[in-house]
Design a protein around this ligand. Structure first.
Ligand code: 6PG
Length: 473
């Protein structure tokens, strides 16, 4: 019998996705470059459903029902193009090639255009939730044509996570939209983790608290408005004790954060779009700073203030508030970036729907996303999440704490770039007049770059080197 859908690339994510499909009653064609992995999947999990194994891609494609639906789950990069080309050569008009890796959205746009020329559908889709999610229900962010969504959507919604019965899978938009949204998801994931790390670091330094005590703090926070997967697993990682040394796990792990690149891509795209995603940028740069041991060794003897370890316990609640406010800012920025990309690439993204599919399955899943969805439900054209009355109120309530936290961090010399830059963004955005007017004046002075006036239409230039009179430019 022919398979309903296929998965090629059976490393952990691909294997788990194939099992998820099989468990939902789909006959799944499976293929892997080295056949032993395919055999292993069928041997170990064959009982979970119907797998149709193939040794080569031609047989894999031949084993699929038409129109064919094939999901590629290989490591993103140059290898992806080769697999897509091979698949495309074996397919027929109307068939669908789905790329479930973390591809760059520009690559996805290019690939989609190329396959469209050949009458094939190319669906670049974000899949979040790690190994666990792939198996038990991920958040799925597919781009591509409407026709491909009609053929794939029901299956993807079936295997996705559900929150209140609503699937965490929706048609994001054309071509690269799905991979773009997944990229921003990852960027937000970076900033969430950075803010959590700053909270832990500041409380540990300022209070002299142990990781185990802080695990308890995060566990309590998880009961309230910060409730989320990342806060939950922070408690678990902090209370972990190294079996070999008996030390806290976080004290035996090398303090250099690695990255595969999606956070960096988010910032690169934000620079192109002109959207200040300072929360994500600070997170990427904090990882980069941690990853320069030679500079850190050279700087280790530089002076700082005396670390006190004597702050009062009130700091805990202040940090919770600072974390929440900074998180609101980081998400506001990430959603701005999606809005800007939607305009730039003509995607017509529905931002509330993005919040909806991130409520479950993915790494940044959180109660919080319900509030974002509600904000866009109330106003589809919301210019910034910070203008939503719920978030405006929350940030206003948090701001005294937030300012105390940044002040304390600066005073005792603990770096909190996430908290500080989020606060600077908030203060910048709410400002009546910004010193950008002075920047404009300087640009006009040295480069005759012109400026606009608050009281008149048109561009102007002041003759700085002569009589300093103003002329229309
Ligand atoms: C997910 C994750 C996943 C990836 C992380 C790791 O949504 O399931 O985001 O895609 O494991 O993004 O990224 P870094 O290695 O760059 O931290």
């Amino acid at each position: 019998d022919l398979a309903d859908i296929g998965v090629t690339g059976l490393a952990t994510m691909g294997r788990n996705l194939a099992r998820n499909l099989a468990r939902h009653g789909y006959a799944v064609a499976v293929h892997n470059r080295s056949h032993s992995r395919t055999q292993q999947l069928v041997r170990e999990f064959g009982g979970e459903g119907t797998f149709v194994p193939s040794e080569d891609l031609a047989a894999f494609v031949a084993s699929l029902k038409r129109p064919r639906r094939a999901i590629i789950m290989v490591k993103a990069g140059a290898g992806t193009d080769a697999v897509i080309d091979q698949l495309a050569d074996l397919m027929e008009p109307g068939d669908m090639v789905v790329d479930g890796g973390n591809a760059h959205f520009e690559d996805t746009r290019r690939r989609e255009a190329a396959l469209r020329e050949r009458g094939l559908h190319f669906v670049g889709t974000g899949i979040s939730g790690g190994e666990e999610g792939a198996l038990n229900g991920p958040s799925i962010m597919p781009g591509g044509s409407k026709e491909s969504w009609e053929a794939l959507g029901p299956i993807l919604q079936d295997i996705s996570a559900k929150v209140d019965g609503v699937p965490c899978a929706v048609h994001v938009g054309p071509d690269g939209a799905g991979h773009f949204v997944k990229m921003v998801h990852n960027g937000i994931e970076y900033s969430d983790m950075q803010l959590i790390a700053e909270s832990y670091d500041l409380l540990r330094q300022a209070l002299g608290a142990s990781p185990a005590e802080l695990a308890q703090v995060f566990r309590e926070w998880n009961q309230g408005e910060l409730n989320s997967y990342l806060i939950e697993i922070t408690a678990e990682v902090l209370e972990q004790v190294d079996a070999e040394t008996g030390k806290p796990f976080v004290d035996v792990v090398v303090d250099q954060a690695e990255q595969k690149g999606t956070g960096r891509w988010t910032v690169q795209s934000a620079l192109d779009l002109g959207v200040p995603v300072t929360g994500i940028a600070e997170a990427v740069f904090a990882r980069a700073l941690s990853g320069h041991p030679e500079q850190r060794a050279a700087a280790a003897s530089l002076e700082g203030p005396a670390l006190s370890g004597t702050e009062g316990r009130e700091l805990i609640e202040d940090v919770r508030q600072a974390l929440y406010a900074s998180k609101i800012v980081a998400y506001a920025q990430g959603f701005d970036q999606m809005a800007a990309a939607s305009k730039e690439y003509g995607w017509d993204l529905e931002l509330g729907a993005m919040a909806t599919i991130w409520r479950g399955g993915c790494i940044i899943r959180a109660k919080f996303l319900d509030r974002i969805r509600a904000a866009y439900d109330a106003n589809r054209e919301l210019p910034t999440l910070l203008a939503d009355p719920t978030f405006a109120g929350a940030v206003n309530l948090a701001q005294d704490s937030w300012r105390r936290v940044v002040t304390t961090a600066v005073r005792i010399g603990v770096p909190t770039p996430g908290f500080s830059s989020a606060l600077a963004y908030y203060d910048g955005l709410r400002r009546d007049r910004l010193p950008a007017s002075l920047v404009q004046g300087l640009r006009d002075y040295f480069g005759a770059h012109t400026y606009h006036r608050v009281d008149k239409e048109g561009a102007f230039h002041t003759d700085w080197s002569a009589d300093r009179t103003e002329h229309p430019a």
